[in-house]
Design a binder for this molecule. Structure first.
Ligand code: FAD
Length: 333
């Protein structure tokens, strides 16, 4: 199924998820129903899809009509229009939905000031890991990018002022990277998109909403095959300015690298946390001994290791909120 992304506020406002038989199924999986966290809702929908309790196109439905079509139109004008553009009546009818990936919780390891292990490289926003743990709360994606974008700017300015002189670039490294980027221009042109679709399918099927070791190892093989095939696909054109096919090729190579890193990390983590759900290891494991997984590309290939989570403000099970407030926050998620 393809289409557009619907905002979580629809579930928060009272939207109901119905399967192909129009049964409101989320309460079969969680007492909070549609207001459970996004990972739980994704797994609920996915479970219905596996049981073939689906709409004609293989998804489920979201229904808002019981809240009053005029009310829905007034509260969610953007969503109503977006659904209409895809041929659905959100205010009065049923809209077909499926889970999808719309955020990357992992990212480059940074310190609180956005510095990375590589001097002079700063990473902020969705590309930086660690801000959200295993499960981002709604709204915190934009907040993260905005706040840490500002922090990165301040930090870079302060660091540069402390430097005696700007470093000379390493010409050897630059030459090697230019050579790597120009690879597809030396190969016979072919289509990039079928490989991109193949990667999408492999990650959805084998490293998606519910994961197993067997599935992910199959996924790793598929990603390796796609990476290998990509090196035989060339891009036409001598003029590199605005050569979007070349950009697609470069993006796909990065997507293959990231897919490999995600899969290796997911195979190594034998417990389930937030968006990472292992059917073969459904327990969340010892929260006090929480760790995060670090994947590095070293001289001897890709390496996976664990780093302990240091609870500097609160430990699992504790809160810094005044009594009575946690419930409010959970409901707003
Ligand atoms: C459909 C959808 C709905 C979302 N809804 C919400 C929400 O309701 N609330 C919320 O908090 N978060 C939401 N998010 C998440 C949030 O939007 C993102 O996490 C956030 O926008 C990321 O900002 P960023 O600046 O870190 O990265 P981006 O916004 O991805 O910016 C990265 C920029 O870098 C550019 N770029 C990439 N490669 C290169 C290159 N090689 N050279 C130069 N430029 C390059 C890209 O074109 C892009 O402009 C949503 C995400 C999606 C996809």
């Amino acid at each position: 199924m393809t289409g557009t992304v619907l905002e979580e506020g629809l579930r928060g406002a009272g939207g109901q998820l119905l399967n192909g038989a129009q049964h409101r199924f989320m309460f079969d999986y969680d007492p909070k129903g549609e207001r459970a966290t996004r990972d739980v809702v994704s797994r609920g929908i996915y479970a219905e899809m596996r049981k073939n309790n689906t709409s004609t196109n293989g998804g489920v439905f979201i229904s808002m009509a019981h809240l009053g079509p005029d009310n829905v139109r007034a509260k969610f004008p953007g969503m109503v229009k977006r659904c209409a553009d895809s041929g659905f009546d959100l205010a009065g009818g049923l809209v077909e939905v499926v889970p999808t990936a719309h955020y990357f919780m992992g990212g480059v390891v940074v310190d609180p000031d956005t510095r990375t292990a590589l001097e002079g490289l700063y990473v902020a926003g969705e590309d930086a890991g660690g801000a959200h743990g295993a499960n981002r709360l709604g709204g915190n994606g934009v907040a993260n990018s905005t706040v840490y974008g500002g922090v990165a700017g301040d930090t870079m300015g302060a660091d540069i002022r402390r430097m005696a002189a700007l470093r000379e670039p390493c010409l050897e490294t630059l030459k090697a990277e230019i050579d790597r980027a120009r690879h597809p221009l030396r190969v016979k042109p072919d289509l990039v998109q079928p490989l991109r679709h193949a990667l999408q399918e492999a990650m959805w099927e084998d490293v998606g909403v519910m994961r197993t070791e067997t599935g992910m190892k199959r996924g790793l093989r598929r990603v390796a095959e796609i990476s290998e095939a990509l090196m035989t696909v060339g891009v036409a054109g001598d003029d590199l300015a605005y050569n979007l096919t070349w950009h697609d090729w470069l993006n796909l190579r990065s997507l293959c690298d990231i897919s490999e890193a995600i899969t290796l990390a997911a195979v190594a983590r034998e417990n389930s946390r937030g968006a990472h759900y292992r059917e073969d290891f459904p327990e969340e494991g010892d929260l006090d001994a929480s760790y995060f997984t670090v994947v590095t590309a070293g001289g001897s290939g890709t390496e996976v290791r664990r780093e302990p989570v240091r609870f500097s403000l609160v430990r699992p099970g504790e809160t810094i909120l005044p009594e009575g407030e946690p419930e409010t926050l959970v409901a707003a998620q």
